[in-house]
Design a protein around this ligand. Sequence first.
Ligand SMILES: [Zn+2]
Length: 254
Amino acid sequence: MGLFSKKETCCICNDKEGKKKIANGYVCKDCLHLCSIPFQIKINKNTTKELILNEIENNKNNKNLLTVFVYTKRIGNYIEFDENKRLWLIPDGFGGKKVNPKIYSFGDIVGYELLENGDSITKGGLGRAVAGGVLLGGVGAIIGGATGKRKTKTIINSLKIKVTINDTSNPSTYINLITTPTKADSFIYKAAYSSAQEIISVLSIITQNSSARCEKETNSISVADELTKLKKLKDEGILTEEEFISEKNKLLNK
Ligand SMILES: [Zn+2]
């Protein structure tokens, strides 16, 4: 038997011939294809079997989610929102096609930032006001603050939105609006910029609603907590029935 006849079996399916070396052995082509492309790119000899099994499961769930995803709002080919299911995605194929985009929930968004040639134009996120202004005047007002700086730039090499995600293994994702040198006074740039404004305003509404949701949940938890304490006081005979009802009504009408 020669050197090349030695075959390693895939440590995921324990069936097919392994192709790619990982920490625990080899993975076959079929099992690799069950992982998302961004994950496949990152696989190396230090990747563990557990990590791959986890990715295969996540990717399966993601594909199932894609079959029920119906956008209610779409901005260019850049981003789609399903407001009913509170999901969003960035199309990963050419011209807005969806091959296997990662699907996020509204609650996954921690922050966002508009970057032009790498410079931060505006940013915002959970629990803080949009930097540079209040949203009352519309997004145009916020971004307006940066127009002075832009006058000196005639060529824009990149315009993108960085979205920070509540996920330690993949903490950010990018929406690329301009990726090749583009004149600042061109129609392409203006259209991309206007889409960026719209995306930022939707992201800011989502994060503001998420913040409000959190606050509401915290409040209702503390009310429930207080009610339990009151009930205990009544049961122990410390509060009379009348006092209990009166205190209870005060809490619920807060
Ligand atoms: Zn396999």
